[in-house]
Design a protein around this ligand. Structure first.
Ligand code: 26Q
Length: 802
């Protein structure tokens, strides 16, 4: 087993690292030090660190090959990895050496780290989960490949117009060279689309009429202390023929480049998560493009080592991150049956034995469905295979009521369920709801197929890297080695009883808040009181996440502070962060409202010391790393039953923020672990929400019963936040008054009361600190290492290599 860390790899002294950086400035960047720019320094440091990662990476690859180990293939449309340099330095234990080396060369280390663009190849939770899983699989020595798309443009950049509306511009992370990746032209596949199918007896031959090349780009993912490294393989799309020389020679310059432009479109841009924008042909092509390339790569690797395709499930575990790669089932069946001659039913069983499916949402409108017509047009052979899978399933379960193809649509959730040997939810509550709602029928037919794997987050990035001060206190208190054994944080608990520990804990939070205060001043020109409570809601904008519940409470609070300025109000800074899908009108209205409420409230001198609202634009992984360690209160206020898990909630708890939240997703498990007395619970349960919706005028009733909510809504409608224009927010207000599917109104008073309990708790700072420290001590279970161990044992049946 390759456990030993060889001297040549790690550790490295500051002087050695300095020499390595200088070498790269000279030979990779082609500069001498006096002329090196910040970019040159960042690239040279990146390459110097990358060099140290190569050896463990090779070692892990060789060890897996030598042991003929089963490998995990994690297929995901999104990998929201953020910056890689700081993480890699942390995992290789080179933080101090790098800081010293870079300073010695005349650059500021933090500025160099900050020069790296965020790799924003994801929308939110699902993409960030994939990134945390990569880190944990490498830390645990689980042989694995992440497979995804090398988008030229990640999630759009967000800014706010002068009116406070969201403005989207293209993100451009690849404008500068991506220092971590290795281009692999030898790992290329032709991916076809469209065309026709010729059936000859038992087999079928698909002749696509269009094709692109999928080319691999590999990024090594090093685990904690460099003991293991896996590969993130992202596919870029390229044309089969780069250039139409005939057209060029005729003088048609644009036409000559047309095929190239068309092919490259496939990996051009990440689709924003937007349920109103379903069924786009390019999205389907993206999904097939990366899934087909990945499956072919997997089969190629298997066939290089083994002959018997029936043994595939003993060597290959493919995890589908939501339904986005659901075409993996039909594609694997096609390759096994059509191209390798396996009997169809055996091919289906073999594929199923390899596949797992993770569900991340219960909302029916968010489950992917593709028009049968489009599927037939783009993937004619796959459509036939899907129909045969449906028939086989019907034959095996004659009484079954569900089918994959229904009403002219292909339901990807059902396809994924039927083609997977395990289906998992992402929190205890969510997994139960998966069994009882979306897949109730399929669960009856396949008892035991649905399992739970509660999400987690990597402590290396989200504690050690993001919160070095807290990490030092943890190490001082419980010793080394908690970073890959996070449940050891419970050992903090005895220390919490000591005043000295609590004082240090409080001082760390205060310092983190001062850093954030300076950043807010610098970036936004807003000065906030660092001693106020930092009350933070950062996540994608969605009606179910209810940022509007938060802003309604903010308006009501402002009014009440004005009416009673001598009241016992806890001074607060309300911080928002997040993007809305460009086509999601209501979510964008909420953003617009928050910005204008901020403008109005922040200009009220009479309340300024007690209430400030800040909403920095372009929330991303790097901003999360800055905000979370400086937070006192974590807003996790989704309509119960709608947030599958949440992972931000875990990051906040670990970093010593208290949660105000509903009984939704992993909040339930957080509350169980930290104790009900250390969690501000409010709102209806998932069952109560469903019942309440049966009362058609539930919103009107709630508004009538709540003078505060009435006043806040009326204030919005009066034009107070829209320069007197009464119509600006009427859609938003009307939606709440009439429909209010997400029960903002029905939960308002309960939320208000919980916020006042928060105020009371804030009034006793030492007790607040005690509660915050308990949150840190008791949430070590939310390490993604624990989650990955669960997947390895329950789903993948793989043993760790270290
Ligand atoms: C689908 C079709 C077309 C275009 C985009 C999409 C699309 C893209 C992204 C649909 C959904 C997503 C992302 C979903 C997501 O992030 N879900 C979150 O997953 C987290 C990890 O399990 C959970 O913690 C969150 O509760 C869940 O909302």
């Amino acid at each position: 087993m390759p456990t030993k860390i060889s001297k040549e790899t790690l550790p490295m002294t500051a002087t050695e690292l300095r020499d390595a950086i200088l070498k790269h400035i000279e030979y990779s960047q082609g500069k001498d030090l006096v002329h090196a720019s910040l970019y040159d320094m960042r690239m040279a440091l990146t390459l110097a660190i990358r060099d140290r990662v190569i050896e463990p990476w090779f070692r892990a690859t060789r060890a897996t090959y030598a042991a003929q180990s089963k490998r995990v293939y994690y297929l995901s449309m999104e990998f929201l990895i953020g910056r890689l340099l700081e993480d890699a330095i942390l995992n290789t234990g080179l933080t101090e050496a790098a800081r010293e080396a870079v300073a010695g060369l005349g650059f500021d280390f933090d500025t160099v780290l900050a020069d790296e663009p965020d790799a924003a190849l994801g929308n939110g939770g699902l993409g960030r989960l994939a990134a945390c899983f990569l880190d944990s699989m490498s830390t645990l020595g689980c042989p694995a490949y992440g497979y995804g798309i090398r988008y030229e443009h990640g999630l759009f950049r967000q800014s706010f117009g002068p009116d406070g509306r969201q403005v989207e511009t293209a993100e451009d992370w690849l404008r500068q060279k991506h220092g971590w990746e290795f281009e692999r032209p030898e790992a290329s596949f032709n991916i076809g689309f469209g065309g026709s199918v010729a059936e000859t007896g038992r087999s079928a031959v698909w002749t696509p009429d269009d094709a692109v090349i999928a080319k691999a780009y590999d990024t090594p993912i090093i685990g904690w202390q460099g003991k293991w490294a896996n590969t993130l393989r992202l596919w870029g799309a390229e044309p089969l023929t780069a250039f139409d020389l005939a057209a060029f020679n005729k003088g048609d310059f644009a036409g000559a480049a047309a095929p190239e432009a068309l092919a490259r479109t496939i990996s051009r841009v990440l689709y924003p998560d937007d349920t109103t924008d379903q069924g786009k042909e390019l999205r389907l092509k993206q999904e097939f493009f990366f899934t087909a390339a990945s499956i072919r790569d997997i089969l190629r690797r298997f066939s290089a080592e083994h002959n018997d395709l029936a043994a595939l499930p003993s060597k290959v575990a493919i995890q589908m991150n939501d339904t986005h790669p659901a075409i993996a089932g039909p594609e694997l069946v096609r390759l096994l049956a059509d191209e390798r001659g396996m009997a169809f039913e055996q091919a289906v069983d073999t594929a199923r034995a390899c596949l797992g499916y993770t569900n991340h949402t219960l909302m029916p409108e968010a489950l992917e469905r593709w028009p049968e017509k489009l599927m037939t047009q783009v993937l004619p052979r796959h459509m036939q295979i899907i129909e045969r899978i449906d028939e086989l399933h019907a034959k095996a379960h004659p009484k079954r009521k569900v089918s994959i193809v229904e009403g002219g649509e292909v339901k990807m959730g059902e396809l994924s369920f039927i083609m997977a040997n395990k289906v998992n939810g992402v929190s205890a509550l969510h997994s139960e709801l998966v069994k009882d709602t979306v897949f109730a029928e399929l669960n009856k037919l396949h008892p035991g197929r649905i399992v739970n794997e509660t999400n987690g987050v990597t402590p290396r990035r989200w504690v050690k890297g993001a919160n070095p001060r807290l990490s030092a206190l943890i190490t001082d208190t419980i010793g080394e080695g908690w970073e890959d054994n996070l449940e050891r944080l419970v050992e903090l608990e005895p220390a919490i009883a000591e005043q000295g520990f609590r004082d240090r804990f409080a001082a760390i939070k205060a310092e983190n808040k001062r850093d954030l205060t300076a950043w807010i001043e610098r970036e936004m020109g807003i000065s906030v009181n660092p001693d106020a409570m930092f009350d933070v809601q950062i996540k994608r904008f969605h009606e179910y996440k209810r940022q509007h519940l938060n802003i309604l409470e903010t308006i009501a609070l402002w009014q009440e502070i004005r009416a009673n300025p001598k009241g016992n109000w806890a001074p607060r800074v309300k911080i928002f962060g997040g993007k809305a899908a460009p086509g999601y009108v209501m979510a964008k209205e909420i953003i617009h409202l928050i910005n204008n409420v901020a403008r109005v409230i922040n200009s009220d001198k009479s309340t300024r010391d007690l209430l400030t609202v800040v909403y920095p634009a372009n929330y991303n992984v790097t901003m999360a790393e800055r905000l979370i360690p400086a937070s006192d209160l974590s807003e996790q206020i989704s309509t119960a039953g709608k947030e599958a898990s949440g992972t931000g909630n875990m990051k906040f708890s670990l970093n010593g923020a208290l949660t105000i939240g509903t009984l939704d997703g992993a909040n339930v498990e957080i509350r169980e672990l930290v104790g009900a007395e250390n969690f501000f619970l409010f709102g209806m349960t998932a069952d109560e929400v469903v019942k309440r919706r049966e009362t058609p005028d539930h919103a009107a009733r709630a508004i009538k019963a709540s003078p505060r909510l009435s006043a806040a809504l009326e204030m919005i409608e009066s034009g107070a936040f829209s320069n007197g224009d009464k119509t600006t927010y009427s859609d938003l207000a009307q939606n709440l008054r009439s429909h209010d599917y997400f029960t903002v109104c029905a939960d308002f008073d309960s939320y208000w009361d919980a916020q006042r309990r928060v105020d009371q708790a804030w009034a006793d700072p030492d007790n607040w600190t005690r509660m915050a420290a308990i949150n840190t001590a008791r949430t070590g279970w939310f390490s993604s290492d624990r989650t990955i161990k669960g997947y390895m044992a329950d789903i993948w049946k793989i043993d760790p290599m270290i």
